[in-house]
Design a protein around this ligand. Sequence first.
Ligand SMILES: NC(=O)c1ccc[n+]([C@@H]2O[C@H](COP(=O)([O-])OP(=O)(O)OC[C@H]3O[C@@H](n4cnc5c(N)ncnc54)[C@H](OP(=O)(O)O)[C@@H]3O)[C@@H](O)[C@H]2O)c1
Length: 344
Amino acid sequence: MTTTRSASAPIPSQTAVQALPATMRAVVQPAYGGPEVLRIEAVAVPVPGPGEVLVRVHAAAVCKGDVHLLTGKPYLLRLMFGLRRPSHGVAGQEVAGVVEATGAGVTAFAPGHAVFGQVKQGFAEYVCVPATQLAAMPTNASFAEAAALPVSGMTALQGLRDTGKLQAGQRALIVGASGGVGTMAVQIARAHGAEVTAVCSTRHGEKVRSLGAERVIDYTREDWSARPEQYDVVLDLVGDRSLAACRSRLTPTGVYVASAGEGGEWFGPMFRLVAMSLRNALPGPRMTSLMAAPRQADLQFLASLVEAGKLRPVIERQFALAEAAAALGHVAAGHTQGKVVIAV
Ligand SMILES: NC(=O)c1ccc[n+]([C@@H]2O[C@H](COP(=O)([O-])OP(=O)(O)OC[C@H]3O[C@@H](n4cnc5c(N)ncnc54)[C@H](OP(=O)(O)O)[C@@H]3O)[C@@H](O)[C@H]2O)c1
């Protein structure tokens, strides 16, 4: 469902800031494992510190990063996120909601503003976020659609525009075009004036075409890396083809952007990414890896694309907060069309 309102106008029912409850419902992760380790528990409502905003979460989207933090795999991740058990407590990185309170020094947002952004501990009724990681929600987006944007949208945008340097009139190939990142990438590449070829399976072909892909390669029937066409930018969200084959599909000035890659349980795609950067010693096309970062300007740019009708998040399924384990299980299975959203 899509709601329409002015970006800065408070949502009427939220205008008055009510007394906050002491506790809230949150999806707590006490251990690494499958979705079954997740628990809905009452935890303290966080208090915004200086520069932070307390958001009443209305929708939270699930991204692949949430699945990695759930399983603790590749194990290398545990060096950063807790060796024996996860240090984050509550998962969830993409939210949309309404500002409930602001910490000292926050001037850009006020209670009642509808916002979206990249957060930590977003699978909860309230979350504290640095104001610099939030933006005003697109005026024509629902909370579910806005929640679907931050991580997947910024990954697609930064991969194509910043790392790939995609220009109007160039040819872009999106591998894994049907997923959370891919469905954004197809639309963002089109919004940049590129000619888009998408790689996906048979059942997603029609949807990906409807998002603007001129050509679709069905990976269940054909290997894109064995075809003759060459591309200016390849955004690879799967990483299951050999590096030599991937490089051969680039124009002489082309860029291969790897956002994923197959690898073992310990190190994930690390060795593939190192081997890829070594190839850059050779003259010709470049091969680069992508680590998307939260940026307010990019959130604002994504919102402007939505408002201009050039980007519309694809939402495959919505779950209730109590069904968060099922939502993560669905994304972990790896066949999502677009995004999965948890209504909070
Ligand atoms: N570098 C970063 O900063 C960053 C940020 C976000 C995500 N990522 C990574 O990017 C990758 C994609 O993320 P996502 O959120 O889009 O995942 P997702 O939502 O799970 O989507 C994956 C999609 O790929 C399709 N697929 C599976 N095998 C394929 C193949 N061989 N060729 C083409 N499509 C295939 C799946 O559909 P079917 O199986 O039904 O075909 C599914 O629609 C993940 O590995 C994630 O970890 C990286």
